[in-house]
Design a protein around this ligand. Structure first.
Ligand code: GLY
Ligand code: MN
Ligand code: MN
Length: 459
């Protein structure tokens, strides 16, 4: 079983209520529907060694079941609701090598399934489960192809075609297919009290981890040493794993948005950008802090940092019910473009520089994204052709940045290679928003009073 130390005293997730809600949602616009939500399979790293397993988020959201190679079927036909689970069967020899399996019998008693079967019976059972459906929910292109095994997407299409053929001269066509992920995204976008417990805990631990790493940062360390310390501290505090590979980027590496090599030495006089977030019971934080490796920013570093910090704090003030992520992003673009003009990185009319996307040279990414069980979480960003209005319970990041490539001949040399991003996580409240990651310092003076105040840990 996965480590759950961190979640022991949190309110329990009501998986059964989620399933009931999902079962009612699949028939919201039809009479009879069937949805298939598969678990992940294990991914091969090399030969017979696998990558560490993490369950598919939607599957876990509905089942709480953490084993690979399972399929959940949700059936609401003729007013009868059913949750059918296909799992790996008990197998003593396999369990000796790779661990405990719940098995078919216990899948009913421990997972709350109405019926359970071996995963090897899926092919045989699916035609019966499809009977009576007039709508089908499934997410294509989400599962992995495994050598010698029919891809689940192909299997599903084969069965849907057989189902169509079995209707004879009824005039019925192929069952209409809807993406289950979209429905589940709309369930996941509003965080329940139980989910907020976990996101608060993930935000709190991750913020404290960033602060502790800040205190132990010094020139001469390698980026991967910082990465290892982040992981150690987060796991020690009870998080299960990172929500995404940590970005530990010294100096000009900070201008590479998804730098994950984390292989270089930290140099005196340079900035360090750390984008790292850890999961608490399948809910992740996503924090970025940028600070001087030796504790003191140079004047150009400070200039750019302060621009980003001011924009980030203003964006947080804008996050409230009725606002939109698009409006917050538009504000960040305006303010950062003004700074690019003031610093003489760009010249001309602000409106034009925005229309022509000239600002993207220094600010190429969005200002925030939905956050939850996935770092880039589920849910619609647009509704009825317009940006979605923010509502209480929605959680997202606010992460403006400013990046100057090391060879940008358009700007004075002392700005080159500076990359700054500041990222916090917020939940919308009736009054505004609550910052879930406030414990990680971001004011220049606050960070200076932490950086380098503790010794590095060695054995
Ligand atoms: N850590 C990925 C992101 O900030 O979107
Ligand atoms: Mn982010
Ligand atoms: Mn991030």
């Amino acid at each position: 079983m996965n480590q759950k130390k961190v979640a022991e005293d949190l309110r329990a997730i009501p998986f059964a209520a989620r399933r009931q809600h999902f079962l009612s949602q699949i028939v919201a616009q039809t009479e009879n529907a069937v949805a298939i939500v598969p678990a992940h399979s294990e991914l091969i790293r090399n030969h017979d060694v696998h990558f560490k397993f993490r369950q598919d988020t939607n599957f876990y959201y509905l089942t709480g079941f953490e084993e690979p190679d399972a399929i959940a079927v949700f059936r609401n036909v003729g007013g009868k609701r059913e949750y059918v689970l296909f799992v790996r069967p008990k197998d003593l020899a396999q369990e000796i090598w790779t661990g405990y399996r719940t098995g078919v019998d216990a899948a009913v008693s421990t997972c709350g399934a109405d019926r359970a079967y071996s995963i090897s019976d899926f092919d045989q059972q699916l035609p019966k489960l499809l009977q009576g459906a007039d709508r089908f929910y499934y997410s294509f292109y989400k599962t992995n192809q495994r050598n010698g095994v029919e891809h689940l997407d192909q299997k599903i299409l084969r069965h849907l075609d057989s189902y169509r053929a079995s209707q004879g001269r009824s005039g019925r066509g192929f069952l209409p297919i809807f993406d289950a992920a979209e429905l589940l995204g709309e369930m996941r976008i509003f965080k329940s009290p139980e989910e907020l417990d976990r996101l608060r805990r993930a935000g709190d631990i991750t913020a404290r981890v960033h602060t502790e790493v800040m205190a132990r940062t010094k020139a001469g360390l390698y980026e991967f040493q910082i990465e290892a310390l982040l992981e150690y501290l987060a796991r020690d505090a009870g998080c299960e794993r990172h929500g995404y590979p940590s970005i530990v980027a010294g100096g000009k590496n900070a201008t590479i948005l998804h730098y994950v090599e984390n292989a270089e030495k930290l140099n005196d006089g340079e900035l360090l950008l750390i984008d790292a977030g850890f999961e608490c019971d399948y809910h992740t934080a996503d924090i970025t802090r940028t600070y001087p490796i030796n504790g003191k920013m140079s004047a150009p570093q400070q200039e750019i940092y302060q621009v980003v910090l001011n924009v980030q704090k203003e964006c947080i003030r804008l996050a409230k019910p009725g606002a939109t992520l698009a409006a917050i992003h538009a504000f960040a673009i305006d303010a950062l473009t003004d700074a690019m003009i003031a610093l003489k990185f760009l010249s001309g009319d602000r409106k034009k520089l925005i229309e022509t996307l000239a600002y993207k040279r220094y600010y190429p990414h969005g200002t925030g994204h939905l956050l939850g069980m996935d770092v880039h979480d589920a849910g619609l960003y647009q509704q009825n052709g317009a940006p979605r209005l923010l509502e209480p319970g929605m959680v997202f990041t606010i992460e403006p940045g400013f990046y100057v490539l090391h060879d940008d001949a358009q700007v004075p040399a002392h700005y080159r290679g500076i990359g700054v991003r500041i990222e916090d996580d917020v939940v919308i409240t009736p009054e505004g928003c609550e910052v879930l990651t406030a414990k990680a310092p971001k004011e220049i003076a606050d960070m200076a009073s932490v950086i380098g105040t503790k010794p590095w840990l060695t054995v």
